[in-house]
Design a protein. Structure first.
Length: 318
């Protein structure tokens, strides 16, 4: 969001990051779940209208004279283990092979009226998700063919400058911003609810609903500040995504997946697996990643899984 704001408004990136965070935190605190739900609807409309229009614009406006050997060039880029970016791409590829969820998606699941409604909604969402993943991948491939040297942080600006019609510019910009804001505010709202309602309330803290609401708003502000600091620290989106995913996937994904698949164990086994994943992330980033250049995400998830089954059978859990 900040990159888009900075590119089109012409302000420095740091100012754009702070301004974007201020907008997100303000309406997340004041609007709550209603504001989040509204931007989620806007995100869906964005995907339904803007993504196909971008593909059509690229196809009609673009002049593709450099398509010879495009398959080899894309493969060379993906297999480029000599560069940090190549290993990061493979980390995301391997992560995509593992069924996973996120706190925001899980929140949507538990607010459903019935399990059949949740199942039906996820079947429909899954189908639409795959369609638009293919469309997004197609846009990336076409842009790579058109300009193999394009920088990641300038992709959207390059796309708009080269391929978007004048009348479509404002619609695309507003829609993309709504999409980016929707993703961010969903995680802000989910983290606040998890801390105030799911963590503090069971321990006898914040029993009053007014106190929970106040604490949630304060927590959103704190998370927003921390997110702003991280956005200013990391210089590219890939590194930022990998860093944030290390807080969740190596710790939560595998025990949750085992539970969904029907493999039951005890809380102490789950805690051991989660702790091993967390320790692996710390040690890998400290000692191993500077040498091999591969992120801690996948190795920590493997350690989490191995620890889960090892401790389960050593303790004789049933």
């Amino acid at each position: 969001m900040a990159s888009t704001f900075s590119y089109f408004v012409g302000v420095p990136t740091n100012i754009a990051v702070i301004a974007s965070a201020f907008i997100l935190v303000t309406y997340s605190i004041s609007g709550g779940i209603r504001a989040v739900a509204f931007t989620d609807v806007m995100q869906f409309i964005t995907f339904m209208i803007v993504v196909p229009s971008i593909i059509i614009s690229i196809w009609t406006v673009g002049d593709f004279n450099n398509i010879d050997g495009v398959g080899d060039r894309i493969l060379d880029k993906m297999l480029s283990f000599n560069s940090i970016s190549g290993t990061d791409y493979w980390t995301f590829f391997l992560l995509a092979l593992v069924p996973s969820t996120s706190p925001a998606i899980f929140q949507r699941m538990i607010i459903g009226r019935t399990t059949s409604q949740v199942k039906k909604a996820h079947y429909i969402a899954g189908l639409i998700y795959w369609i638009f993943c293919l469309m997004s991948a197609l846009i990336g491939i076409v842009l790579f063919v058109y300009n193999p040297n394009i920088e990641i942080d300038t992709v959207f600006g390059f796309l708009v400058d080269e391929f978007t019609y004048a009348g479509l510019l404002g619609v695309n910009l507003a829609s993309i911003l709504a999409m980016e804001m929707s993703t961010a505010d969903s995680h802000l709202n989910t983290s606040a609810v998890m801390i105030s309602h799911d963590l503090c309330k069971p321990f006898g803290i914040l029993q009053n609903e007014r106190a929970q609401l106040l604490f949630s708003r304060v927590f959103i502000f704190i998370v927003g500040v921390l997110g702003t600091v991280m956005s200013l620290y990391f210089k590219d989106l890939i590194s930022l995504l990998l860093f944030t995913k290390n807080f969740y996937d190596p710790i939560v994904t595998m025990p949750l997946l085992m539970s969904i698949l029907g493999f039951r164990s005890s809380p102490r086994v789950v805690l051991c697996a989660m702790f091993s994943g967390f320790v692996t992330v710390i040690l890998w980033k400290w000692k191993v990643q500077p040498i091999v250049g591969f992120d801690s995400l996948i190795p920590a998830m493997l350690v989490n899984t191995i620890t889960f089954f090892t401790v389960h059978y050593i303790l004789g859990e049933s």
